[in-house]
Design a protein around this ligand. Structure first.
Ligand code: G3H
Ligand code: 13P
Ligand code: ZN
Length: 309
């Protein structure tokens, strides 16, 4: 099976009340850990590449490794650009085999967001590629862009119908209180499910995307800290909230920080216990296994997309 778009995945996920995991990939071990987990759980998969990942690993390397994942797993896999910020970047991904792109023009005023998104949609759809866009602003850090808490803005449900009909976009990322990174909430975690509900009422059957959805499990943070890390106060989205979102209109849940924690904890632990090791396979192997275990847990216990491939 070749790389697929998200069209079919999202339709089934919406109707079935579950969500597809969209995992950020930056190197071979992360890709392999995710794909091994999805293969064992028969789960459809979105592998997403940020512009930072393209710079770090080279987009051709990443694309070829994702193609290898498709070939070896036989799973329905979508290759997605995460947070594309310009038409040129989205076009480059469309031209180079991605099956889905996100144009994130959410930092622009509403009309400009519409204009930029529509331009990407026209080009992508002409090439059989689907498009995710964003309305509202998440707080947190992505690549070099840091959105301060005071500049974050919830999605306004009054804008979503106009945005979707004027852009022709295939899915919409909304801001309901999640944020990027491992430090999401200072106090009690709270998500605006009322906004999600209202957006779903205005856009019946339309797939919604949740960014900033790592749950930052305490055991992963503890492991990093136990072996010399310093992440006091790291806190993510509780899993029951993610399960609730997945049962509603949210069809794609983005996870990156939890994989970073898994990799870092495994490598820190490995060196603490084996200070004389210097073969990268000795510590990247456990890191790959840690990614796999996190992704299996997400697929089965949070997203509910096991056995949906
Ligand atoms: O939303 C951001 C993702 O976690 C990607 O992060 O831009 O540092 O690769 P990155
Ligand atoms: P986390 O930082 O919560 O993993 O979010 C990742 C994300 O939204 C990627 O687009
Ligand atoms: Zn994101």
């Amino acid at each position: 099976m070749p790389l697929v778009t998200t069209t079919e995945m999202f339709k089934k996920a919406y109707d079935g009340g579950y969500a597809i995991g969209a995992f950020n990939v930056n190197n071979m071990e992360i890709i392999q850990g995710i794909v091994e987990a999805a293969t064992e759980e028969h789960a459809p998969l979105i592998l997403q590449v940020s512009s930072g990942a393209r710079k770090y690993a080279n987009t051709t390397y990443l694309t070829k490794m994702v193609e290898a994942a498709v070939e070896t797993s036989g799973l329905p896999i979508c290759l997605h650009l995460d947070h594309g910020d310009t038409f040129a970047l989205c076009k480059d991904c469309v031209d180079n085999g991605f099956t889905s792109v996100m144009i994130d023009a959410s930092s622009h005023p509403f009309q400009e967001n519409i204009d930029i998104t529509r331009q990407v949609v026209e080009y992508a759809h002409d090439h059989g590629v689907v498009v995710e866009a964003e309305l509202g602003k998440l707080a947190g850090i992505e690549d070099a862009v840091k959105v301060a808490d005071k500049d974050a803005a919830f999605t306004d449900p009054d804008q979503v119908q106009e945005f979707v009909s004027r852009t022709g976009v295939d899915s919409l990322a909304i801001a309901i209180g999640t944020s990027h990174g491992a430090y999401k909430f200072k106090g009690e975690p709270q998500l605006r499910f009322d906004i999600l509900e209202e957006v779903a009422r205005r856009l019946p059957g339309f797939p919604i995307v949740l960014h900033g959805a790592s749950s930052v499990p305490q055991e992963l943070v503890d492991k990093v800290n136990e072996y010399g890390g310093q992440m006091p106060g790291a806190r993510g989205v509780p899993e029951d909230m993610l399960r609730k979102a997945a049962s509603m209109a949210v069809c794609k849940i983005n996870i990156d920080s939890d994989l970073r924690l898994a990799v870092t904890g495994a490598i820190r632990e490995h060196f603490a216990l084996n200070p004389s090791h210097f073969d990268p396979r000795q510590y990247l192997g456990p890191a790959r296994e840690a990614v796999k275990q996190v992704v299996k847990h997400k697929i089965v216990d949070v997203l509910g997309c096991n056995n949906k491939a």
